[in-house]
Ligand binder design. Sequence first.
Ligand SMILES: [Fe+2]
Length: 222
Amino acid sequence: MSSPRLRDHPDLLYTIGDFDALYRFGSAGGSRPIRSHMRRVRETIADVFEDNPEVIDREPAWLPVVNHLGRALDLGSRGDLSTLSDSIRRISGRLTWEHGYEKVPRGLAKKYGYCEIVGPRGPVVTDRIVLGLVLFAPEAVYPQHHHRGIQESYVAIAGEWSENDGAVHAPGSLILNEAGHEHRITTGRQSPCLLAYSWLGPADRLIDPAMRFSPRRRSTRP
Ligand SMILES: [Fe+2]
């Protein structure tokens, strides 16, 4: 029987605590903006714990990419973020996977999905922050996009990935995308890629993030 508040759902509570640990014990790499983002995420999670928000039973939803979740969690459970990976496994049956965008390129539809764990649509209902997961199949290309008014960070739980062709990021790496920053993600050939993400921004943006891919620029390679 489901209970209405966060503290009545230990598996969700532990998962959020494991998200918090990423932003508490992970390194900011000497970057002041990343350090202040990490602090804001921690403080907002503390507010969520204090609120003890409502937990709603969202209808679980499946997408083709979820076929890769088992492997991603197996890899995650052997890596540095094993505690978070294990706690995600425990809540995996209740996650609502979606595409978010009205139009998803055909090649991406089977290779991408995201789900929210904490956010305006639940299951843990708050408009202070969004905490969720993005899952990519191997060799996915997530086209260029940005988030207006939303500061975003990704922390890789499993798999190798690149943002804007700038570097190869391994599990444990954190990427900060300031509001409006254009970004495009690609994933490696061998493994699925599971990213934990946080969104910070005004409540109206978190409630209606208006997800759209950016118009293709000539400089963007396929
Ligand atoms: Fe993004």
